[in-house]
Design a protein around this ligand. Structure first.
Ligand code: ATP
Length: 273
């Protein structure tokens, strides 16, 4: 990955197969992102305008970022990622300049995807501090971002994607037509998705015959994709700590790992979606 002026262009290759479950989400993303590129003529003929902004929302650790990386990989688009830490870092300079240089760079590297991770932390309602009046940094960043999004033309090949765990915190101005006008919910993994995620993250591990991923999937309700990935790693670490010459990971290692890696999702937290 090359890093320049706080912007990161990531070229790590990922595919749909690296993401377990989420069939519906994958289909929606294909339709709104890859179709307009692959069937550009048909879209023009029908007067269809591709989305300029897509917002993925849902609980943490459930592959929003990974999905955007897959989209970038399969559509051959450059991936430019920007987050609150970049924007508000005292070391990288003027936040508004970062926004404008990001979009400039996105236009010259098109087709490209500009990805705002945890966008609520960048321009969320919560971050507006009333006591600072109307020209707080966040408010200037928001208007700069709106400006840039409004300036993107259909043919420019720049797509803006955002991810958030807190859709309620997104400023309504960002959700108007022509901005983030496509909202896609990325749900927590259901039973089948958990089975697939466990499979993906154990593909390169020697599993003993007593490890039944279906059973593990049953036992891991409220585990996010990230939790499941940690669980697999933890099971392997436990086996390794037991004996350095370990040949395979057994079910008991997973049971032990479940004590250390707890589910991060709760029924209460999921209600907000
Ligand atoms: P956050 O909201 O915390 O930024 P996120 O929704 O963007 O999280 P990712 O960063 O994409 O989630 O996922 C975190 C890790 O969990 C990734 O390394 C990914 O490998 C793994 N993971 C999450 N969901 C899945 C899934 N459905 N299949 C495979 N791996 C997954």
């Amino acid at each position: 990955p090359s890093i320049s002026r706080g912007l990161q262009v990531d070229i790590e290759q990922t595919t749909w197969d690296d993401i377990g479950g989420l069939e519906e989400v994958k289909k929606k993303l294909q339709q709104s992102v890859t179709w307009p590129i692959s069937y550009r003529n048909a879209y023009e003929r029908l007067g269809l305008k591709p989305s300029r902004g897509i917002l993925l929302y849902g609980p943490p650790g459930c592959s929003k970022t990974s999905l955007v990386k897959v989209i970038a990989t399969i559509s051959g688009a450059s991936f430019i990622s920007i987050n609150g830490a970049h924007l508000y870092s005292p070391y990288v300079g003027d936040s508004e300049k970062i926004i404008s240089s990001t979009f400039q760079r996105a236009r010259s590297a098109s087709p490209s995807i500009v990805f705002f991770d945890e966008i609520d932390a960048i321009v969320g309602k919560r971050s507006f501090d009333k006591s600072h009046g109307r020209d707080s940094v966040q408010e200037r960043i928001l208007s700069m971002l709106l400006n840039e999004m409004d300036g993107i033309e259909g043919a420019s090949g720049v797509l803006v994607m955002g991810a958030t765990n807190r859709p309620d915190m997104i400023d309504a101005a960002l959700l108007r037509p022509g901005r983030f006008d496509r909202l896609i919910f990325v749900p927590p993994p259901d039973l089948e998705a958990r089975r697939q995620i466990l499979r993906i993250h154990t593909l390169n591990m020697p599993l003993s015959n007593d490890v039944v991923l279906d059973d593990l999937a049953e036992k891991t309700e409220f585990y996010s994709g990230a939790d499941l990935k940690n669980l697999c790693r933890e099971a392997a670490m436990i086996a390794l700590r037991e004996t350095i010459s370990v040949q395979s990971i057994e079910m008991r290692h997973f049971s032990e790992a479940m004590k250390n890696v707890q589910p991060s999702l709760t029924l209460e937290a999921l209600k907000q979606y």
